[in-house]
Design a binder for this molecule. Structure first.
Ligand code: NAD
Length: 476
């Protein structure tokens, strides 16, 4: 018998969409309108580098413009192609809907291995790519706002913002043309950590619902849970760091490009990250067991598996052997549609990508709002808030003296209570609230509908419903 063919990433997203949309009563026309990708622009451009012209291929795909601007990262990777970019753009539409970020879905990519180029070369390539997109309004504060993704970060976003400013010299809102910028270049505190932080908040919310925890054959809290993480990049590093440092999780394995590290008592995430930065991989790290075939470590016993590297890593080939009862998709599309079926049949609970990694786009939304309002969050109200807290504390202390100093406030409480919220606190508060609300919307559907098998179908249903409402309100 021929082996079952693994669908492409975009087919996988469409299959999952179709499974969910079949449970709705939307008209076939509207179903199709929501599913399809509106447009994909392919650009091939040349840059003179190292004495010769190199041609690069890039994409910007717009999945849905039911809300504008459309939003989605720009990825630098040799895996970039039209199919991948369109799949990621579709996920962006659903992601924004789940976390109620008022954007449509988009995504971009450049077929490049960024590690092959020097910084000044990457700057030339990025500026040229941005130029091609800007002149077609595929980067624009009102229409299309990129962000970082795999292989890009705040450095690339700063180049893009500057390129836009050079081309749109009178646009006072130029900074809002891209998010994920450095804080001193119009960015917002907490954006770099946001996706990993969102993964942490998503897990915290999951563990607030004992019924859901039991569905994953787990119990208790995050404390002591064994975590395996794949990809110690932006998303994986922050998620693993926060879960181990703040929630008592034990990171028992870290899987990277060159292999994996394992340690039953828990790896020091910060130390491993430092090792990778110095040595280019995990091999040789002294305080863990090295396994050359990293992908095998996905199959290790653990409580929570966090694929945070790339798509398609849990597929028809290995799904049967995955033992984790709870998988949180920090990367986009790490579980293929076929693997999703197998895992659900095995009873695993999967917290789907379109919700799990939505922390990045949520804080990008805050950054965009900050850029349009031209003021840092908290700047106006912070001291006023502190003054009001101080009033209460002073009054309580006065009353206490009347009682003969019967009690005393701990200095720690006083200090924390008196401190007004700055930008980082406000960003974290907004992100936490968003991740809680997003999870609750999904679980409500999962828990109340007999025909909904798992959080992913529930997530699609919530997203499809919200996008459909938006189209319907426009008369479509
Ligand atoms: P990144 O480039 O910072 O990190 C990716 C990490 O994965 C790197 O450390 C890389 O070495 C590692 N890696 C690559 N291939 C691997 C393999 N085969 N096995 C093990 N490790 C491998 O990228 P990122 O921004 O952290 O993005 C990771 C995933 O999260 C992507 O799917 C991306 O679309 C998704 N995501 C990112 C953001 C964001 O804000 N950066 C937001 C939402 C979703």
């Amino acid at each position: 018998m021929a082996a079952k063919r693994e669908p492409t990433f975009r087919e996988s997203v469409d299959l999952m969409f179709n499974r969910a949309v079949a449970l709705t009563d939307l008209s076939p026309g509207l179903e199709e309108k929501i599913r399809v990708c509106n447009a994909t622009y392919t650009v091939r451009f040349g840059v003179r580098l190292r004495g010769q012209i190199h041609t690069f291929t890039g994409y910007r795909s717009v999945h849905s413009e039911h809300m504008e601007p459309v939003k989605g990262g720009i990825r630098y990777s040799m895996g970039v192609n039209q199919d991948e970019v369109e799949a990621l753009a579709a996920l962006m539409t659903y992601k924004c809907a789940i976390v109620e970020v008022p954007f449509g879905g988009s995504k971009g990519g450049l077929h490049i291995d960024p590690r092959e180029w020097e910084e000044h070369e990457l700057e030339m390539i990025t500026r040229r790519f941005a130029y091609e997109l800007i002149k077609r309004d595929l980067i624009n504060p009102a229409q299309n706002v990129p962000a970082p993704d795999m292989g890009t970060g705040e450095r690339e976003m700063a180049w893009i913002a500057d390129q836009y400013k050079r081309m749109a010299t009178t646009d006072i809102n130029y900074r809002a043309c891209v998010t994920g910028k450095p804080v001193n270049g119009g960015g917002i505190q907490g954006r770099t950590e946001a996706t990993g932080r969102g993964v942490q908040y998503a897990l915290r919310e999951f563990f607030r619902h004992p019924e859901d925890v039991a569905a994953a054959r787990l119990s208790g809290t995050l404390d002591g849970k064994r975590v395996v993480v794949q990809g110690l990049g932006n998303v994986g590093y922050h998620a693993a760091k926060f879960l181990s440092e703040e929630d008592g999780c034990k990171v028992t394995a870290i899987i990277e490009r060159d292999g994996a590290l394992m340690c039953d008592t828990g790896l020091d995430v910060e130390a491993v990250r430092g090792w990778i930065a110095r040595h280019g991989g995990v091999d040789g790290y002294p305080d863990g067991r090295y396994v050359r075939d990293g992908s095998k470590v996905l199959e290790e016993e653990c409580d929570i598996l966090i694929p945070a590297a790339m798509e398609g890593v849990i597929n028809l080939e290995n799904a049967e052997r995955i033992k984790a009862p709870l998988i949180i998709e920090a990367a986009n599309g790490p579980v293929t549609a076929g693997a999703d079926d197998i895992l659900r049949q095995k009873g695993a609970v999967i917290i789907p990508d379109m919700y799990a990694n939505a922390g990045g786009v949520t804080v990008s939304y805050f950054e965009w709002v900050k850029n349009l309002s031209h003021i840092r969050f908290g700047r106006i109200g912070r001291r006023q808030e502190e003054a009001r807290h101080e009033l209460i504390v002073k009054e309580l202390e006065r009353l206490n003296r009347g009682l003969g100093d019967a009690w005393e406030m701990s200095p720690d409480f006083k200090q924390k209570y008196l401190r007004g919220a700055g930008e980082l606190e406000l960003v974290r508060s907004g992100l936490d609230d968003t991740m809680r609300a997003g999870y609750q919307a999904m679980r409500e559907v999962w828990r109340t509908r007999q025909d909904v098998d798992g959080l992913r179908v529930a997530a699609y249903l919530v997203a499809i419903d919200r996008v459909a409402l938006s189209y319907q309100s426009k008369g479509l």
